[in-house]
Ligand binder design. Structure first.
Ligand code: SAM
Ligand code: SF4
Length: 332
């Protein structure tokens, strides 16, 4: 599938729930709690149907996300079903890590996911300082996350990434400890610019730390970093190498990188069954009612094509974007 601007669509992010066991300030502020009623959330069978049809149209990679995907019962079995879809080559999960170490029948959730065919885990980690972690997420769960990261390493994901959202007056002090921790654990660390997908209050100028400023802070500690223009993972991160150790660190500059959208290959399915062609655009198209009204696979395929045709050239974040959904309700 290709859109009007030459983006080749091969990647679908599926949010399996809008619920979460944390309340990150930039995603799900405490005061904004309002989950979708259960009947509005797609069943796994409905999500699998969209994925099967998507795979026939060229979707090859799937990332399971949320909310916190590991709070939804049956998620490992769902991942196994996704991995078994003909045409799906890679399955990943985005998680806050708090439940990766949880044991069920003597096995960690991380091990169950790897067994299910999940090859990559992206784990959010904004801080290694317990108090600062608690302030950002409103939950005192850092020890659980660290346990979850160790469980992920033991489980043997092919790719393990740590994501830190950049916040001014906070992340500055966290960058070097996070880099050292990621090196020790053999994980790829990325710093992500804050995007306007939450309340305006959190996204004020005063909280914004650009990827460029973050890079300079890292360089002030380690010396000049070497750009790695040819090193790419699935996403829009720009990678650099730290002198001496050779460790790679990524920066995701959704707000300041003007080329951010050029290689975008993604669609997003929200847990309430909306297909979104772009994270940073209010455009969304309902699949749930069509699915529940008994549409055919051909009709579903046509709907997906129509959404791809409406994919914008670039996100709207720099143009007075007014979020119509919280990040938690879209799926990061
Ligand atoms: N709960 C999981 C997690 O925290 O990784 C998966 C869902 S979360 C919405 C996916 C990613 O979106 C996380 O890495 C999170 O840090 C990021 N995110 C959430 N709100 C954001 C914002 N306002 N700006 C930038 N990234 C954000
Ligand atoms: Fe939950 Fe992830 Fe959003 Fe934090 S970023 S509130 S962990 S969904």
């Amino acid at each position: 599938m290709q859109d009007a601007f030459g983006h080749r669509i091969s990647y679908l992010r599926v949010s399996v729930t809008d619920r979460c066991n944390e309340r990150c300030r930039y995603c799900m502020p405490e005061e904004e709690q309002a989950w979708f009623p259960r009947e509005e959330v797609l069943g796994y069978d409905e999500m699998l149907r969209v994925l099967r049809v998507g795979a026939t149209l060229g979707i090859k990679k799937v990332r399971v996300t949320g909310g916190e995907p590991l709070t939804r019962p049956g998620v490992a079995e769902f991942c196994a079903d996704v991995a078994a879809i003909p045409g799906i080559e890679q399955v990943g999960i985005s998680t806050n890590g708090t439940l990766l170490g949880r044991l069920e029948d003597g096995e960690t959730m991380a091990a169950r996911l790897v067994k299910a065919g999940v090859g990559s885990a992206n784990i959010s980690l904004d801080s290694l300082d317990r108090e600062s972690y608690r302030r950002t997420t409103s939950r005192d769960l850092l020890p659980k996350v660290l346990e979850g990261i160790d469980a992920a390493i033991a489980a043997g994901f092919a790719s393990l990434r740590l994501n830190c959202v950049l916040m001014k007056h906070q992340t500055e002090a966290e960058m070097v400890p996070l880099i050292e921790y990621a090196r020790e654990k053999g994980a790829l660390l990325r710093f992500i610019e804050l995007m306007p997908v939450s309340t305006q209050e959190v996204l004020s100028e005063d909280n914004f730390l650009s990827a460029g400023s973050a890079l300079r802070l890292v360089e002030a500690h380690y010396g000049a970093l070497k750009p790695l223009p040819d090193f790419r993972t699935n996403g829009p991160a720009t990678y650099y190498e730290i002198p001496g150790s050779g460790q790679k660190v990524g920066f995701i500059g959704a707000m300041t990188n003007l080329h951010f959208c050029e290689a975008c290959n993604k669609l997003r399915l929200t847990s309430d069954g909306k297909l979104r062609p772009c994270l940073g655009s209010c455009l969304e198209f309902d699949l749930r009612e069509k699915l529940r009204a008994g549409c055919s696979d051909e009709e579903l395929a046509q709907l997906i094509h129509n959404v791809v045709a409406r994919k914008p050239k670039e996100h709207d974040f720099r143009h007075n974007y007014q979020p119509n959904r919280r990040m938690i309700a879209i799926g990061g």
